[in-house]
Design a protein around this ligand. Structure first.
Ligand code: KG4
Ligand code: ZN
Length: 323
C-alpha cells in the first residue's frame, strides 16, 4: 500500500497529510485566520512568510503520528497565491529530491471535488464537480483526474469572497461564511430579494459582485444582518441551481460532487439536495482547505503514471490538468 505525503499551501492554510492507500494516517491544518483578520483579507506576502514559519513544525507533528517512510510526495502547484504556492512546492521538490521519491503536482480546484471519491468509494467519473470556496466558483465536467473541462467560472467575485466581504461590511469577522450560513438558516422573517444574473451569450458563468453590492446596500438601508444573510443565501443558491440545471441539460445527467469551503454550508446543502440529482457533498472536514485532498488526488495521478519533474514550476492562475 502506497504511503503518500500531501502538502498544501496555496492560500491561507498550511496543511500536511499522510495517507496509506485510502486510509488517512494524519492530517494537520495550521490556519492563518488570526493573521488575515487584521487585514480583513488574505495578504499574499504575509501568507507565504507564515507558511515558511510553520511548515517544519507541522511536518514534525505529522510524522510523529504517521512515520516518514513515504513512497511519494504530492503538493499543490496550481492555482493559488504565487508566493504561498512556492513554499509548499519548494518544500515538496526538496523532499522528493533528497528522498529519491516521486513528486506529483496537484491542482487545488480539482482536488476539492476529486476527494469526493475518497469519501464515497462507489462514486466514479464522469461526474459534474462544483467547487465553491473563497477563491473559486467553478463548475467542471470531470472525466478523470487528469481530464477536467471547465464548464463555468466566476466572472468576478467567488461566492465565498462575496459573502466574506458582505459579512465584513456588516461587522462580522473573517471568515463570515459559517455565521451567515447559520443566520440564513434560522431567519424566518422577511428578507431582501436579489436577482439571478444571466449572461446574454448563454454562458453558464457565475457572477457574485452584483449580489455583493446589492446586499451591502440592503444592509445600509436598514435590513437586519440576519435578513441580509438569508437574502444572500437564497440568491446565491438559486444562481448555483440555475447553472447546474443548465449544465445537466447540456452535458447529461451525471452525479454532482460539491466541494470547497462554502460547501460546508448547511443552507446550501439543503437547497442542492432538493434538486432531484444524485448529489455527493464532500464531508465537511475536507471542504475547507486541507492536505488529505491533495495527497489523495496525488495518489490518483501517480496511479496513472503522472509524475512531475522536480523542476516543475507553480502555475498561480492556471489549471494544471485539462482535457
Ligand atoms: O476552500 P476554502 O477553505 O478556501 C479557499 O480555497 O478559498 O474556502 C473558504 C470559504 C470562506 O468564504 C468561508 O467563509 C467559507 O469558505 N466557509 C463557509 C463555511 N465554512 C467555511 N461558508 C458557509 N458555511 C460554512 N460552514
Ligand atoms: Zn480551497
Amino acid at each position: 500500500m502506497l504511503k503518500v505525503f500531501g502538502v498544501e499551501t496555496s492560500c491561507d492554510e498550511t496543511a500536511l497529510a499522510v495517507l496509506a492507500g485510502h486510509r488517512v494516517l494524519s492530517s494537520k491544518v495550521a490556519s492563518q485566520i488570526d493573521l488575515h483578520r487584521i487585514f480583513g483579507g488574505v495578504l499574499p506576502e504575509a501568507s507565504s512568510r507564515r507558511h515558511l514559519e510553520v511548515i517544519y513544525s507541522l511536518y514534525k507533528e505529522v510524522v510523529s503520528e504517521a512515520g516518514d517512510d513515504f513512497d511519494l510526495v504530492a503538493a499543490t502547484f496550481s492555482p493559488g497565491l504565487h508566493p504561498a504556492l512556492l513554499i509548499g512546492a519548494s518544500f515538496a521538490r526538496a523532499f522528493a529530491t533528497s528522498r529519491g521519491i516521486p513528486l506529483v503536482a496537484v491542482d487545488h480546484v480539482i482536488a476539492h471535488v476529486w476527494v469526493g471519491r475518497l469519501a464515497y468509494p462507489d462514486l466514479r467519473p464522469p461526474f459534474l464537480g462544483l467547487v465553491i470556496s473563497g477563491g473559486h466558483t467553478a463548475l467542471m465536467m470531470v472525466e478523470d483526474v487528469d481530464r477536467v473541462r471547465l464548464v463555468a467560472d466566476t466572472r468576478d467575485d467567488a461566492m465565498g469572497e462575496m459573502q466574506d466581504k458582505v459579512g465584513r461590511h456588516m461587522g462580522i469577522p473573517y471568515p463570515a461564511g459559517p455565521v451567515l450560513d447559520k443566520m440564513a438558516l434560522e431567519w424566518a422573517g422577511e428578507y431582501p430579494s436579489f436577482p439571478i444574473p444571466r449572461f446574454k451569450d448563454g454562458s453558464l458563468d457565475f457572477s457574485f459582485s452584483g449580489l455583493k453590492t446589492a446586499a451591502m446596500r440592503a444592509y445600509d438601508s436598514g435590513w437586519a444582518r440576519e435578513a441580509v444573510a438569508r437574502g444572500i443565501y437564497e440568491a446565491a443558491t438559486a444562481q448555483l441551481v440555475d447553472r447546474i440545471r443548465r449544465a445537466v441539460k447540456t452535458y447529461g445527467r451525471y452525479p454532482l460532487v460539491v466541494g470547497g469551503g462554502v460547501a460546508a454550508s448547511s443552507f446550501l446543502r439543503q437547497r442542492l439536495s432538493g434538486m432531484g440529482l444524485d448529489v455527493y457533498f464532500v464531508p465537511r472536514q475536507w471542504c475547507t482547505d486541507n492536505a488529505v485532498m491533495i495527497a489523495f488526488t496525488g495518489l490518483s495521478l501517480y496511479e496513472k503514471g503522472l509524475v512531475a519533474d522536480v523542476d516543475t514550476d507553480v502555475l498561480p492562475q492556471g489549471v494544471l490538468w485539462s482535457g
